[in-house]
Write a protein that binds this ligand. Structure first.
Ligand code: UT7
Length: 329
């Protein structure tokens, strides 16, 4: 049998907008308080895009940092995937907009929709392209501007979300390194629990959809919470099994940053000490597709990941979906 290529992360970059919205700011906007937000979610502040920034602008900033860290230029890129649920426009895709901004003339480009699991889905997709030899490298970005689809009069959701982008460059790596396994999944039956209904082909934008708040995120928080705790556990077990690794071998755990209580429950199930778990939900809140790459890239930049470390990523989100991966750094 032909030996398959080892594919891994060869460059990283991240970006969050400058403007910060604190819990104290939100107290002035809706009936909430810092104590409730911190104890129920772990969130203290979130970054919010300026009015002239769209998702491709956040993605661009993360992309140029990732290219620099990989020692590549935009012209070297062969594939661009942006995982997002807040594209600049319905079409063209945000990946095509970014391809033009970067001047990545050789690159194929498309968006991928798997909500908060999108970045792991995107890496799995790019991994497949590189494994088959179709492309040598890929830029995979998780980027979302959730502030544009958040109802800032709804306290149930507006405290939870923030904006940002995280990017990685994938390429061939030495044998024994890179991605060991992926576990992707979906439970479409739970789609109603977390959705944005308006503006698609089922419910095109109209005065009624605007007045009915159909262009904002709707979420059944309690049910999504239960789903999250369940699949973070099962996906983690499955992806470790596929990688042939035990939970004791995990050097760093990078979970989706939605809620500190979900993160702690997943960490405890793996019997991992706090120092092996990346948490930045306090600073950025839930940034959807950007959440896992923001946590991963921040950990790498902080020197928390050494060469040869085993890193486990896991996320869940709208769809409903989940995605996990084991990487040897
Ligand atoms: O990326 C995937 C996206 N989604 C998630 O990961 C979300 C998963 N779910 C969660 O994180 C949690 O369910 C929430 C943080 C959304 C809510 O926490 P909870 O502990 O499940 O609270 P709850 O929904 O059971 O609400 C408890 C109470 C309610 O009041 P009553 O009905 O008990 O009187 C809410 O109205 O808290 C109230 N509440 C708030 N109070 C102050 C809800 N939001 C707020 C708020 N400030 N912002």
């Amino acid at each position: 049998m032909m030996k398959s290529r080892s594919v891994g992360i060869i460059g990283t970059g991240k970006y969050v907008p400058e403007k910060i919205l604190t819990n104290a700011d939100l107290e002035k906007m809706v009936d909430t308080n810092d104590e409730w937000i911190v104890s129920r979610t772990g969130i203290r502040e979130r970054h919010i895009a300026s009015s002239d920034q769209a998702t491709s602008d956040l993605a661009y900033e993360a992309a140029i940092r990732a290219l620099e860290s990989a020692g590549l230029t935009a012209e070297d890129l062969e594939l661009i995937i942006i995982a997002t649920i807040t594209p600049d426009t319905m079409f063209p895709s945000t990946a095509c907009i970014l391809q033009d901004k970067l001047g990545a003339k050789k690159a194929a480009a498309f968006d991928l929709s798997a909500a908060c699991s999108g970045f792991v889905y995107g890496m799995a997709t790019a991994n497949g392209f590189i494994q088959t030899g179709m492309y040598k490298n890929a830029l995979v970005i998780g980027a979302d501007t959730l502030s544009r689809i958040t109802d800032y009069t709804d306290r149930n959701t507006c405290v939870l979300f923030g904006d940002g982008a995280g990017a990685v460059i994938l390429g061939e790596v030495p044998e024994g390194r890179g991605f060991l396994s992926f576990d992707l999944g979906a439970e479409g039956a739970g789609g109603e629990l977390l959705k944005l209904e308006g503006g698609g082909s089922r419910l095109p934008a109209s005065n009624e959809t605007v007045q009915g708040g159909k262009h904002y995120i709707y979420m059944n928080g309690r049910e999504v919470f239960k789903f999250a705790v369940r699949v973070m556990g099962t996906a983690t077990e499955e992806v470790l099994r596929k990688a042939g690794k035990t939970k004791e071998e995990i050097d760093l755990f990078v979970p989706h940053q939605a809620n500190i209580r979900i993160i702690q429950s997943a960490r405890q199930r793996l019997s991992l000490p706090e120092e092996k778990c990346v948490v930045n939900v306090d600073k950025y809140a839930n940034t959807s597709a950007a959440s896992i790459p923001l946590a991963l890239v921040e950990a790498a930049e902080d020197g928390r990941i050494k060469e040869g470390d085993t890193v486990l990523l896991v996320g869940f989100g709208g769809g409903l979906t989940w995605g996990a991966s084991v990487i040897v750094w």
